[in-house]
Design a protein around this ligand. Sequence first.
Ligand SMILES: Cc1ncc(COP(=O)(O)O)c(C=O)c1O
Length: 353
Amino acid sequence: MSYLRPNIDRMHAYVPGEQPKVAGLVKLNTNENPYPPSPKVVAALRDAIGDGPTLRLYPDPVASALQAKIAALYGFKPEQVLVANGSDEVLTLALRAFVGEGQRVAYAMPSYSLYPVLADIQGAKKLELEMNPDFTLPERLFREHAPLKLVTSPNAPSGVAVPTKTLDRLCAASRGVVLIDEAYADFADDNALRLVKKHRNALVARTLSKSYSLAGMRVGFAIGHKALIEGLMKVKDSYNVNRLSQVAALAALGDRAHFQANVRRVKATRERLRDAMLAFGFDVLPSATNFLFAKPPAAMTAKKFYEALRARNILVRWWSDPRVSDRVRISIGTDAETDRLLAATLNILAEVK
Ligand SMILES: Cc1ncc(COP(=O)(O)O)c(C=O)c1O
């Protein structure tokens, strides 16, 4: 006999990328930013901790200072912003607020593997469509009805961005909420924020985990119509973002120069790595993110490449799912890490020849 709800009993938990504690490991498997956050973040945290007197107090329940900062930064009203414990929490709250038990949540795979897990937790029905072979959205996603549709753009693991005009068409074609998961949008040339001004059902989720180097602090946010944000607010934990995370996020968003330099650097390394891998004979999709999705030359499978890198203390991500098993996902590291990756790749290619 199980004590669990039947849907929890049946479901598989999300499998996060490994976080091994191995010295000297080049860790390119979870799309973290390779550079530290703004020094202003560290200073603000030190200041906020002091001798600890404020730690006994609960944080601001809606992170109002952060909410106002995000609203001003992107040209929205504070009531159109929800601050969350990572953008993963935005996704959880969206399922909770918009999808009743047995109702449908629609998305196209391969994409973020957390979506089916959250649907299972909610007891929702998964309308899991197949992405087109070129990683564009399937037409059925436009036609089918669901109270919530989830679209990652730029997508993971492909790295390919969905054109904003396609997302515009999806919002117009959908009666339910369209959540656009823009975890990687800061590394792209365009984003869907303007759709929030046009469509009452468009909800954009963002994170500070990638472009602001704050994955460890767990801060994300949602921007949408006031009515959607009100709904999400109702179902969140009272104090969903801790005091120090609010401080860190506010300082990170305040240092535009650091943010811009960080993103520029990651994008430059991404293009350098892509060019080098193309020259080695890999098929590498154009990326609008901080990672590349690469298929090794015919002499070697992606699994083999992943294992050979691992044997050289370089960790990338590979999935056995047949839809993506011919590629590895490589997070963009520092220039030194990229040089190590390229040297190892040359070495591995020479071995299989
Ligand atoms: C598509 C996508 N959405 C959301 C997230 C989660 O981000 P956060 O750290 O803000 O929870 C990730 C993290 O890898 C992601 O790949």
